[in-house]
Write a protein that binds this ligand. Structure first.
Ligand SMILES: Nc1nc2c(c(=O)[nH]1)N[C@H]1C(S)=C(S)[C@@H](COP(=O)(O)OP(=O)(O)OC[C@H]3O[C@@H](n4cnc5c(=O)[nH]c(N)nc54)[C@H](O)[C@@H]3O)O[C@H]1N2
Ligand SMILES: Nc1nc2c(c(=O)[nH]1)N[C@H]1C(S)=C(S)[C@@H](COP(=O)(O)OP(=O)(O)OC[C@H]3O[C@@H](n4cnc5c(=O)[nH]c(N)nc54)[C@H](O)[C@@H]3O)O[C@H]1N2
Ligand code: SF4
Ligand SMILES: [Mo]
Length: 755
């Protein structure tokens, strides 16, 4: 029921930037006091229809949080010294200091001695995304790290090698499918990942309502498993066996049917040969899933007209992350469920970076350089963060990382062996963090540069246009006034880029615009070959940075107006005018035109993946000898990785950082509900309160990530009172998914005992 809005109040509609769903929020603001009054779900948003999860309400607390940094800070005292103090400094002084120090390191040790780490919120912020790239280019370093290598890097590998684009993720068409086989995802809590589908729970209910089936494959009976038709409790890290077994059955029972893909797919016979080694009976002990069940699932996949297999973080952050991610695609291809409604499809991203039109065909961006210590391969321009600490504390002096830049990341809590990384940070010559908090990571910085908060600048969810289940476009306007003397991420990063390149921020802006224009207009192969750069510039006008970039991307994008006045295609103006967002229709088939592999074909059996199958095979034999406890992770509806823990409204309530233990394991270990357990792994040890969970597979324990607050030097008053422990004190930086180098969080061998 609409209530009358007080005269001084205004409602601004935007997207919630806190997870990939990007639900529409309506923020009511009192313009007299400039305060957030309420946050509601935007019922007119075509994407989310009013749905919100509890985190959205935390946007008010986040905006008001007194601990959120409002201006640059400089540490006084040695790095890592618990008694170090922090002083506020002006922006010019901060930029000068950072510029001087980074240039000094670069001059002394070369560009690769400066490492960057880009965290997850960057993906949810257009300014950080676009200008973060510009800044990294100005630094000139190849030692780039990001949260991708503790997340979806294996899926990017699969997309790059099979289809020719690391960001061309096949998206499960959950709105039209009748059979969803979901591995290693818990969207009832996470709200979905690599699949932007606001109100994921509602969409799953609809799937079941139309007679469709949901099968969840997870070591724990999760919130999602609980509403599924079937839950298969799989042993951690064994998905590749299960998926190979599905492929095996499809081949053996003559159920393979590629449909139109047959005309342009290579490697099917090779996959068939590989799958021969993994019949359901041979992998039953490793997966814990009965052979008969695996056979039935394979038949159901093949028999259901519209079916799709979807794997997420549980299939990526494990020892066989790349193989599992690849095999999800293999199963979809073999069962004829790629590129058709109800299967796995590719959206045409309204702001489509590098995907639409497809990039030029070529080899996957892989292994062009390697880390110094372990020789781990680069992928898509970045190195695996599991190797970051050793690149600082173990690499030869001439090669090592001397300075660190973090942007919207908290790797001390979110990457394997966080304790070692924290120690390594202490030994740096210089560190700067672009972040809104002084936390477990940024407390090691010499300077922290905080950008405006999400409500204080405009935004557009560019990355997630690439993985949405429908074509949507929504602009998020600035909700709250930009405080005096505050800087947006775009301003901070272009200023820093200018310092590194020895030019002014204005020049950085011009160079960036020119390079974006060169990709968009004026020559064959660009989306607007008949538009000249001068014409495009004139139409874009001279509005501030991020908005102009967005206008360009939207207009040149697949739904864009291509700079034609008569067109009703997208432009910033049009998207902005639709304050609740635009629905541009369902996904449509895009193959083979979208393929950008070297051969121009769908490469189902890339050599890097085929080679790794040997490791999988030898592990199958080794598995039978292992019977200890293994650790997995989980997420909570009121928690967001490591950084929403300072919002009281979300942090309060029962202890969430508990060690889940199966009751029978607990009895054997002498643990009871609420007791304190000591957990030990190769790299570390911690204690955590025990919570019994009969929904866990026996032999598996679970601890959430993102906790372990209360570090000296951090400024997180609320989080410190709900500190919890850092599960990444237990995860092992040596344990990686070999092809991608991705961190492993699932299946960590641990010993558990009463504390
Ligand atoms: N054991 C284990 N570890 C995991 C995972 C797991 O499942 N288990 N999950 C992994 C996954 S999927 C991810 S994505 C990573 C996340 O890893 P990270 O990206 O390293 O960590 P976050 O917790 O997302 O931290 C975000 C940081 O950004 C800051 N921040 C928030 N908003 C803004 C903003 O608007 N601008 C700027 N500049 N800074 C901002 C916060 O203060 C915080 O420092 O963690 C990974 N780590
Ligand atoms: N509330 C909330 N929402 C979030 C986040 C958050 O921190 N809190 N983080 C966001 C981020 S950055 C991401 S990447 C997404 C992730 O989104 P999801 O992929 O849905 O992540 P999780 O909820 O961690 O679910 C992963 C599931 O994998 C299971 N699992 C663990 N090991 C294995 C295994 O070996 N095999 C299989 N098959 N399953 C396994 C776990 O038990 C867990 O249920 O969530 C996003 N949404
Ligand atoms: S699911 Fe929650 S956190 Fe994610 S976008 Fe929607 S409201 Fe925000
Ligand atoms: Mo993530």
């Amino acid at each position: 029921m609409a209530r009358a809005l007080p005269e001084s109040h205004e409602v601004v509609h935007r997207s919630c930037p806190l997870c990939e769903a990007h639900c529409g929020v309506s923020v009511e603001v009192d313009r007299t006091s400039q305060t957030v009054v309420t946050i509601r779900g935007d019922e007119a948003d075509p994407r989310s229809g009013g749905y919100l999860c509890p985190k959205a309400y935390g946007l008010k607390g986040l905006h008001e949080d007194p601990d959120r940094l409002r201006g640059p800070q400089r540490r006084v005292g040695p790095r890592g010294d618990p008694d170090a103090t922090w002083e506020e400094i002006g922006w010019d002084e901060a930029f000068d200091l950072v510029g001087e120090q980074l240039r000094a390191v670069r001059e002394a040790h070369g560009p690769n001695s400066i490492a960057t780490y880009i965290g997850n919120p960057t993906a949810h912020d257009l300014g950080s995304l676009v200008y973060g790239q510009v800044f990294q280019r100005a630094l000139g370093t190849k030692w780039r790290f990001s949260a991708s290598s503790v997340d979806q890097l294996p899926k990017m590998m699969s997309s790059a090698f099979l289809y020719g684009n690391p960001l061309g993720f096949p998206v499960p068409d959950i709105d039209r499918t009748d059979f969803l086989l979901m591995l290693g995802a818990n969207p009832l809590v996470s709200n979905g990942s690599l699949c932007t589908a606001p109100d994921f729970p509602g969409r799953l209910a609809k799937l079941r309502g139309r007679g469709g089936r949901l099968v969840v494959v997870d070591p724990r009976r999760t919130e999602t498993a609980a509403i599924a038709d079937e839950h298969l409790a799989i042993r951690p890290g064994s998905d590749a066996y299960f998926l190979f077994a599905l492929a095996n059955v499809l081949f053996e029972e003559g159920l393979v049917s590629l449909g139109p893909l047959k005309a342009f797919t290579n490697g099917v016979e090779e996959v068939q040969t590989l799958a021969k080694d993994f019949p359901p009976e041979a992998v039953e002990a490793a997966t814990g899933i009965k052979a008969a069940t695996t056979r039935r699932i394979a038949r159901e996949l093949a028999a259901t007209e519209r079916a799709v297999c979807y794997g997420r973080i549980g299939t990526c952050t494990q020892a066989f992350g790349t193989l599992s991610s690849w095999l999800v695609d293999v199963v979809n291809v073999l069962s004829g469920n790629v590129d058709r409604p109800g299967g796995a499809m590719w959206p045409r991203a309204a702001s489509g970076p590098g995907v639409d039109p497809p990039r030029a065909p070529g080899p996957a961006p892989y292994g062009r350089w390697h880390t110094h210590v372990r020789g781990l391969p680069e992928f898509n321009g970045e190195l695996p963060v599991a190797a970051l600490a050793e690149e600082i504390d173990e690499a030869p002096e001439a090669e090592r990382v001397h300075a660190m830049v973090t942007m919207a990341g908290n790797p001390v809590l979110s990457t394997p062996n966080g304790a070692r990384l924290a120690k390594a940070f202490e030994s740096l010559d210089f560190m700067v963090s672009v972040d809104i908090y002084r936390n477990e990571t940024t407390r090691f910085a010499d300077v922290i540069l905080p950008p405006t908060g999400q409500l204080e600048h405009s935004n557009y969810e560019m990355v997630f246009d690439l993985m949405s289940v429908r074509h949507w476009s929504k602009y998020s306007p600035r909700v709250m006034p930009k405080p005096d003397d505050a800087r947006d991420a775009s301003e901070i990063l272009s200023e820093l880029a200018g310092r590194m390149a020895g030019v002014g921020a204005e020049v950085v802006e011009q160079v960036m615009l020119s390079s974006l224009l060169a990709e968009a207009v004026g020559r064959p192969g660009t989306p607007c070959p008949d538009v000249t750069e001068a014409e495009a510039r004139e139409k874009l006008g001279d509005m501030p940075g991020t908005d102009r970039v967005l206008d360009l991307l939207l207009r040149a994008g697949p739904h864009g107006d291509r700079f034609a006045d008569a067109s009703d295609g997208l432009s910033l103006e049009r998207v902005r005018a639709a304050e609740h967002g635009l629905d541009l229709g369902p996904m449509e088939p895009r193959l083979p035109a979208m393929l950008a592999t070297e051969s121009g074909r769908l490469e189902l059996a890339p050599p890097v993946f085929v080679e790794d199958v040997e490791r999988l095979r030898s592990d199958l034999a080794a598995r039978s000898g292992r019977d200890g406890l293994v650790l997995i992770g989980r997420r909570n509806l009121r928690s967001n990785n490591s950084w929403m823990h300072n919002v009281e409204a979300l942090a309060k309530g029962p202890e969430r950082c508990t060690l889940l233990v199966h009751p029978e394991d607990a009895a054997r270990l002498g643990l009871v509900d609420g007791a304190t357990a000591r957990v030990r792994s190769r790299v570390g040890e911690l204690t955590a309160p025990v919570a019994l969970d009969a929904g866990l597979l026996q032999g598996v324990v679970s601890l959430p990530h993102g906790y372990g607050h209360g570090a000296p030097g951090a400024q997180l008053g609320v989080a410190a009172r709900h500190a919890g422990v850092n599960t990444n004190l237990l995860t092992d930086e040596r344990d990686i998914d070999v092809p991608s180098g991705n961190g492993v969080f699932s299946g960590i061998p641990v010993e558990v005992a009463p504390a």
